[in-house]
Ligand binder design. Structure first.
Ligand SMILES: [Fe+2]
Ligand SMILES: [Fe+2]
Length: 333
């Protein structure tokens, strides 16, 4: 159903990209995008996560070999519903959280399991292989093992094996349901159009816990501008927003932002992230729905700076009603 996913074969590297127009890529437009945080809280206890990371060798250790204490995982997963200019709609899922049992509950609570069963989720878009985004994949595959998966081509062999059905006992990661559907690997180096007004870009960079690369989404909402949607934004918010400005038609008008911004992922604003928070104000976003690894202190700083932060309900396990949390939605358009 998508430009980028058209083609035969179960696995393929994708190079299908729209031609640049006037130096910038026109991804088309859509009418509206609604983003729902199925779960945005990666884990339950920051101190426990940091202690496990330290005990396993620090931030450069492989997440697949580290020892994560049982019971601390939750996870990041997002439902995206797109309305096209002609009024037709489709939905897809971003990431699958960490703990499969917890994620199965979240999918059930929001009716996503029914959507998966009824074929109402067009594809699963995996931003990166971090544990809190990928390791809950069994919760999706147990309902829909044949769902099409779009992953960045930077996925490591462990992540690919995990999708095929594998267990990493030391790390407490397990997927018992092999993926049987088509797998599309989106490569760095250009814009992949997924549908009119919907595009993906793979950012190639080393990321903590021994992984590489994150892909993020851009939506061009007619008469509004570009909406940037990210998993953890390890590429940094400035690189992400600059990409839209410099490479996308309509990028001079950045309208919305959703997702984790990795500013205070472990409870405090990281020392080098203050500048990023200030720089964020220069892009002119009209709606900022920052959650997950953005961290509450960073959201509070944005509010103090007068940014248009979208608030939530603070229910279903999120830490605060100051941001779009578990079960909350935001509509762009
Ligand atoms: Fe994350
Ligand atoms: Fe991450």
């Amino acid at each position: 159903m998508t430009d980028a996913t058209a083609g035969a074969g179960r696995t393929q590297a994708v190079r299908s990209r729209p031609a640049p127009v006037g130096g910038r890529v026109d991804i088309g437009t859509c009418r509206r995008v609604t983003v729902t945080a199925v779960s945005e809280r990666g884990w339950r206890d920051d101190a426990a996560l940091l202690a496990d990371m330290r005990a396993s060798g620090g931030p450069d250790t492989s997440q697949w070999l580290a020892r994560w204490r049982p019971g601390n995982g939750a996870g990041s997963s997002t439902l995206v519903q797109v309305e096209a200019l002609d009024g037709s709609r489709f939905a897809f899922l971003i990431d699958t959280g960490w703990d499969p049992a917890y994620m199965a509950g979240r999918y059930r609570d929001l009716g996503v399991d029914r959507m998966l069963r009824d074929g109402e989720v067009a594809f699963l878009y995996l931003t990166h292989e971090h544990l809190d985004h990928l390791w809950g994949v069994e919760a999706v595959l147990s309902v829909r093992p044949d769902i099409e998966i779009l992953s960045p081509s930077t996925f490591g062999p462990e992540a690919d094996r995990f999708l095929d059905g594998a267990e990493y006992p030391e790390a407490g990661a397990r997927n018992r349901v092999p993926h049987t559907g088509r797998r599309v690997r989106l490569e760095p180096g250009g814009v992949h159009r997924l549908a009119p007004g919907v595009a993906s870009v793979t950012f190639d960079l080393p990321i903590l816990l021994g992984i590489e690369g994150e892909q993020s989404l851009f939506f061009h909402v007619a008469d509004r501008g570009i909406v940037c949607v990210t998993g953890c934004c390890h590429q940094t918010i400035t690189r992400f927003a600059d990409y839209a400005r410099e490479n996308l038609a309509g990028g001079e008008r950045l309208y919305g932002l959703y997702g984790g911004l990795h500013l205070a992922p472990f409870g405090e604003i990281e020392p080098d992230k203050e500048e990023l928070i200030e720089a964020l104000g220069s892009y002119g976003f009209q709606k900022i729905a920052a959650n997950h690894c953005t961290g509450l202190p960073a959201v509070e700083r944005m509010l103090a700076l007068g940014y248009p932060v979208v608030r939530g309900s603070g229910r279903a396990g999120s830490r605060s009603d100051l941001y779009v949390g578990n079960g909350d939605s935001v509509t762009f358009g």
